[in-house]
Design a protein around this ligand. Structure first.
Ligand code: COA
Length: 319
């Protein structure tokens, strides 16, 4: 499989840390020093379908394809505009695609899970051109009274078109064996069921930051070790490590453990915050747009998050 087009869709409204401190007991110094985040984009009038359709159209244009050339749409999200129709179906309607379309939920790891699925479909010859859209509207999912979480996230979408090719060399997916629901979750409620023993409303995202931090630094290290064992590719042979943009300190910790230079770990967390499953593909899109990823480069993509899930992909960039 190979990527032949990448695109993005970002809300217009950019919110600074200082703007958050106008209604929340927080400050720019805390947020920047603990996370690396300076701004995030949030939807004001845009729906997630709007952002996703923009990203999808951008990716199709870059791939020189139209919607009718797409055989399948896979969307990764935990924030779809509707429970049903899926975000993938909303995108299909908007861009006028007539192919199967569905969403998957692997939280922040979603894009790597989607790559694995797409790779499988393409390998068995079921579909040729697949559109993957990773899109999140976390502003609708966090509690804006909770400074532990709301400062961390933002909204945005990224998309890619994949087709037959040889550039994806390795994908590994994992989910933690131990129960981890309590450290990172977003509970659904009971609706107005008259039969539910205990009435529960939908809740906002809950996260025990330090526990998740520990899981993440360990799983990233384990994922990278496993990749080297299975492929023989060493960290020195990777040109760029595109890690999920959850916290700059996680990225700094990882590059120090691997003894690799900081230039190999590009970041956009300072502008976007954590975009859940859209983080890694957005970073890949921007790196490609700015020429910081170029033909011949070997990239490692690694994402992690709710589940707790993790996933790694190694790919080369075709000319
Ligand atoms: N502004 C100011 N102070 C804040 C704050 C904010 N926005 N958020 C928390 N604090 C306070 C806490 O209340 C706490 O105060 P206390 O010591 O008086 O109790 C103090 O800062 C330290 O909080 P703590 O949670 O220990 O901070 P931390 O260094 O662990 O950083 C995270 C918090 C969330 C940034 C960090 O744990 C993290 O990035 N975790 C991993 C997240 C992740 O990877 N998610 C991936 C899946 S989405």
């Amino acid at each position: 499989m190979k990527i032949i087009g990448l695109g993005k869709g970002i809300p217009k409204e950019c919110v600074t840390n200082d703007q958050l401190s106008e209604f929340l007991d927080t400050n720019d110094e805390w947020i920047v020093s603990r996370t690396g985040i300076k701004t995030r984009y949030v939807c004001v009038g845009e729906t997630l379908t709007d952002l996703s359709a923009t990203a999808a159209t951008d990716a199709l244009n870059k791939a020189n394809l139209s919607a009718k050339d797409i055989d399948l749409i896979i969307c990764t999200t935990i924030c779809g505009d509707y429970c049903t129709p899926s975000l993938a179906c909303c995108i299909a309607e908007r861009i006028n695609a007539r192919c199967p379309a569905f969403d998957i939920n692997a939280a922040c790891t979603g894009f790597i899970y989607a790559l694995e699925l797409a790779d499988g479909f393409i390998r068995v010859g079921k579909y040729k051109n697949i559109l993957i859209v990773s899109a999140e509207k976390m502003s609708a999912k966090v509690d804006w009274n909770d400074r532990n979480t709301c400062v961390l996230f933002g909204d945005g979408a990224a998309a890619c078109v994949v087709t037959e090719g040889e550039s994806v060399k390795y994908i590994n997916l994992s989910s933690s064996a131990t129960p981890n629901t309590e450290v990172l979750n977003m509970p659904n409620g009971t609706g107005n069921s008259p039969f539910a023993a205990e009435k529960k409303q939908n809740e906002y995202l809950n996260m025990q930051g330090q526990k998740v931090f520990k899981f993440v630094v360990n799983i990233v290290e384990a994922e990278l070790k496993l990749m080297t064992e299975r492929t023989g590719i060493t960290p020195e042979q990777i040109d760029r490590f595109l890690l999920h943009q959850a916290n700059k300190r996680i990225i700094d910790y990882t590059l120090a453990r691997l003894k690799q230079p900081a230039e190999k770990f590009p970041c956009n967390i300072e502008r976007y915050g954590n975009l859940s499953s859209a983080s890694v593909p957005l970073l890949l899109t921007e790196m490609t747009e700015t020429g910081q990823v170029k033909a011949g480069d070997t990239l490692l993509l690694c994402a992690f998050g709710g589940g707790l899930t993790a996933g790694t992909c190694v790919m080369t960039i075709d000319s």
